[in-house]
Design a protein around this ligand. Structure first.
Ligand SMILES: Nc1ncnc2c1ncn2[C@@H]1O[C@H](COP(=O)(O)OP(=O)(O)OP(=O)(O)O)[C@@H](O)[C@H]1O
Ligand SMILES: [Mg+2]
Length: 510
């Protein structure tokens, strides 16, 4: 192990908790990872608390501070508490089986430790923070995608930036991976909050690997003739069984254009031509009439079909639902996500070989608390979180309010990116329900913009302090990467050709 200078020595250990005395002038921070070299093994621990004091009594300290008396000799010291999370013995890493000895030396984690901890991954999120330094890269693996994810942090903590970083890498890894992104605030295409403004449209592969859908350009329509009564549950979570039975009867009577014909018949005759109780008819018609014409026109076209094709071909779909009424946002999100997720499931059941060729899918869902709230009707997303792992469909639940996420779903999120969270209720929910986070409540409050704690089980079993890469910097670094795109003719070459053409023109005119 590299022997940079030690930063202190162990003065006590109990269970998984270690205290050490830090040397003078050593700079440390909450959450920092330290290494403790013990006889035949190394331990890794995270700093969770610290205390600075002296060997003088309080009264002596006061009198000395007031200059009334001088006491001495005495020692001042800084003791630091750290919690063990990993042990390395004979080249093998595992959870600690014991704890360090009195006077074992403590070191700040180095680049070498970073590689020992195996923090890098295929989808690079940022770099390890160690006091004021940034060490090696930290990332998650592609097989973490179907194990479900969550990104939590208050307004302005850097969630959108982290979404951009992760999805940019999913695009880079296409067609092995693909993303379906729901953008509620309309920030991901152009990056409105990210300064300097950069979004997915600036990604080098945007034109070949990303499809953008927005209600503003009419590309996001769902034709009424594509809606069978089976989809009513998704469109109207509060629909009752009698209304569904009536819908099926109308569908049998009118066929694919049952919604338009039902609405027309009711408008003209005040009935729907199928026997049913008046309240049931009225309740169903009220629902059917609430579908706005621009999003749900009378046609056979649905953008969901196009999004599904794209996803299967490894083309990421960015679905911008900003500006829609919240009921319509929910309808578009649930309709498209369930069609695509169900396709993966069906392929797994019916055509396993074709399913193997499908890209691993990550669905980014902002405002996740609206869809995973235990007090609201169940949506497709809780099903996906609980049962779609084996179909290689994963969710990234992004929200500033983790405590509003259904507990069973929360427990299934094996990867978590935790950013600054001030609300105590949310911090307590995060730390109480995430393994290895029980000591990090204060730390979560103190994180800066773009700083986060990352856990990605089973690969990263402890909360790694990271600084998420800023998306504009990622683009800058990647501009230099060769994406194998056909090069456009350079300007001098084009200028030369234009000059020659002009000269030819001149000659022919003469
Ligand atoms: N890792 C980072 N490094 C540097 N700056 C960052 C980083 N992450 C975010 N920022 C900056 O902080 C600001 C807020 O970030 P962002 O929009 O990602 O926050 P958010 O959590 O999505 O906020 P909201 O909840 O309001 O959507 C932006 O201007 C962004 O450029
Ligand atoms: Mg945001």
């Amino acid at each position: 192990m590299t022997n940079t200078n030690s930063i202190g020595f162990v003065c006590g250990a109990k269970g998984d908790s270690v205290s050490f005395l830090a040397n003078k002038d050593v700079s440390l921070s909450f959450g920092q990872i330290v290494r403790i070299d013990s006889a035949e093994r190394n331990f890794y621990a995270r700093v969770v608390n610290s205390e600075s004091s002296s060997t003088l009594e309080t009264i002596e300290q006061l009198r000395e501070a007031e200059g009334k008396e001088a006491f001495g000799p005495y020692s001042s010291f800084r003791s630091v508490n750290a919690v063990l999370f990993l042990e390395k013995k004979a080249g093998k890493l595992r959870s600690p089986t014991f704890n360090p000895n009195y006077r074992d030396k403590v070191y700040a984690a180095s680049e070498e430790d970073c590689s020992i901890l195996k923090l890098s991954g295929e989808l690079e999120v940022g770099r390890l923070r160690s006091e004021d330094q940034l060490l090696g890269t930290v990332g998650i693996n592609i097989d973490a995608i179907p194990r479900m994810m969550g990104m939590f942090g208050m307004t302005g903590s850097g969630k959108t930036n982290t979404e951009l970083i992760l999805n940019a890498q999913i695009i880079d890894n296409s067609p092995r991976t693909v993303a379906l992104i729901y953008d509620f605030a309309g920030q991901l295409l152009e990056g409105k909050e990210i300064k300097p403004q950069r979004g997915l449209k600036d990604h080098p592969l945007f034109h070949s690997r990303v499809q953008y859908y927005s209600a503003k350009d009419g590309k996001m329509a769902v034709g009424l003739r594509t809606l069978t009564p089976a989809k009513l549950d998704t469109l109207f979570p509060d629909i009752q069984p009698p209304q569904k039975r009536l819908a099926w009867a109308l569908y049998r009577q009118f066929g694919a254009d049952w919604i338009e014909r039902t609405r027309d018949t009711y408008r003209a005759e005040g009935t729907v031509g199928v026997r049913a109780q008046k309240v049931v008819v009225e309740a169903l018609l009220q629902k059917l009439s609430s579908l706005p014409h621009d999003l749900f026109p009378a046609s056979n076209y649905t953008f969901v079909e196009s999004a599904l094709q794209n996803v299967c071909n490894g083309v990421t779909c960015l679905i911008d639902i900003s500006g829609l009424r919240s009921e319509d946002q929910n309808r578009i999100v649930c309709l498209s996500a369930s069609a695509i997720a169900e396709h993966y499931k069906r392929m797994w059941e019916e055509n396993y070989e074709e399913w193997q060729k499908l890209p691993t899918l990550l669905i980014t869902l902002e405002e996740a608390h609206e869809f995973l709230d235990p007090n609201k009707p169940k949506t497709i997303f809780s099903d996906i979180a609980l049962t779609y792992r084996k179909y290689r469909v994963g969710i990234n639940a992004v929200t500033p309010r983790p405590s509003r996420i259904n507990f069973d779903v929360f427990a299934e999120l094996w990867t978590k990116v935790i950013m600054k969270t001030e609300l105590k209720k949310d911090r307590v929910y995060l730390t109480e329900n995430t393994p290895y986070m029980e000591y990090s409540e204060t730390e979560i409050k103190m994180l800066d913009v773009g700083e986060a704690l990352l856990i990605s089980e089973p690969k990263i079993k402890f909360a790694v302090p990271i600084k998420v890469t800023h998306y504009p910097e990622y683009l800058e670094a990647h501009d230099k990467v060769d994406y194998g795109l056909p090069s456009s003719s350079n300007l001098t070459e084009m200028d030369g050709r234009i000059k020659r053409l002009n000269e030819q023109d001149k000659i022919s005119l003469e």
